[in-house]
Ligand binder design. Sequence first.
Ligand SMILES: *Cc1c(COP(=O)(O)O)cnc(C)c1O
Length: 484
Amino acid sequence: MNRKLYGKLIFELSHEGSKAYSLPKNRYGDYELPSCMRRVADVDLPECDELTVVRHYTNLSGNNFGVDNGFYPLGSCTMKYNPAINEEIAARKEFAEMHPAQPLNTCQGALAAYYGLQKSLSAITGMGEFTLNPFAGAHGELTGLMIIRAYHESRGDGKRVKVIVPDSAHGTNPASAAVCGLEVVEVKSTADGTVDVADLRGLLDDTVAAMMMTNPNTLGLFEPEIPEIARLVHECGALMYYDGANLNPMLGACRPGDMGFDVMHVNLHKTFSTPHGGGGPGSGPVGVRAGLEQFLPKPRVVKHGDKYELEAGGDGDIHVGAFLGNFGVELKAYSYILTLGRENIKMVGPLATLNANYIKESLKDVYELPIKGLCKHEFVFDGLKDKTTGVTTMDVAKRLLDFGMHAPTIYFPLLFHEAMMIEPTETESKETIDLFIDTMRKIAREASEEPDLVKGAPHNTPIGRVDDVLAAKHPVLKYIKDED
Ligand SMILES: *Cc1c(COP(=O)(O)O)cnc(C)c1O
């Protein structure tokens, strides 16, 4: 680690006797703590003056990278700009200081927001009813599969234990099916990267509970055979599940509910604005088509006349979390939807798609494009076109950091050895996208002319290239004093 650039740890800035606090005068007289409650040794806490503390943490925060610092084309994640007004709404004390168990007549406004978001999601996706209770996309998948299982059980159909998942699926799909106690069966992709319907036909029988599909899929491709797949799956008595994590490019283009899907989840923290780097916070609402509402998890917000109420659960109802989900994320999503409005929200999908295709076409002469043609919100390169340089996708990703841009998703999907998955989103200007294209072209040039420069990257970041294997296998998570 480069200490000079990175700055010292707060412990190294410690100076005995310095402090950044002052306590009020004692107005109550002295009191001796019983000896059993007293420490026997001092805690080793840093002692710093206030300005040192402020500078230390301000400088540390400057080492963080987010959408607010620079371009962040992380594929499969939809890292779009999250308007600050959403944060202001969610942070209002009328919302933030609520107690989840307070009487319903004191929180009608919050319930109205919750209910309004459920209805907006139904309108956007074409599904009947939504629950906002699940806390993430993967949690939504699990909830959706529990609903599907409850549906089959309610018909006395106990033999449906399999879930069909495409080989291109996000890893959470098979994981959720397994957690739900179902058996995962993989369906192949064709050479053009979409579900192989002939292979699917051979897998369908009366032991299949559901088919999970992501659309556009993880290669950024629209699945053209959905109507036929839905027909086949329904014909054998199974249900269609839509992984809606990639809903962004569909906004304004089409609705899963109109395509024959029965159950779906949406990632509010991808499509509907919430900063979600580093694993949270999230929200994975689940929607069902008309006729499956009774299987949605409880409690649920319902409206009787002009009053909002909670429909409580009973024995046998699905329950996926205490209370009503991640309310702050739900408020941000509702604020985002209302800010854009019915007309502008239709522009999200087309603009995200335009931006992705513009980058793809501008770079395909220097980066290997394994799947050609129109993509949706994201696409995959398979490393540099020039395979003689020895420069890998990892090297290109690290070199991008030197130019102040976040790397795309790399080495995913697993279908390509040097995969580099790029998703610009709709919120970037043409100038930013052109700068990214120029930078990627410059790195490709460097790879041919000065490969060592790229292989040694990053050169300008606080921390150089880390050994990911060592970092994962032997992480050092606590401060160890330098011996010298
Ligand atoms: C992100 C993602 C998920 C999982 O969502 P989480 O909120 O991270 O649990 C599932 N499927 C796809 C296609 C995704 O991109």
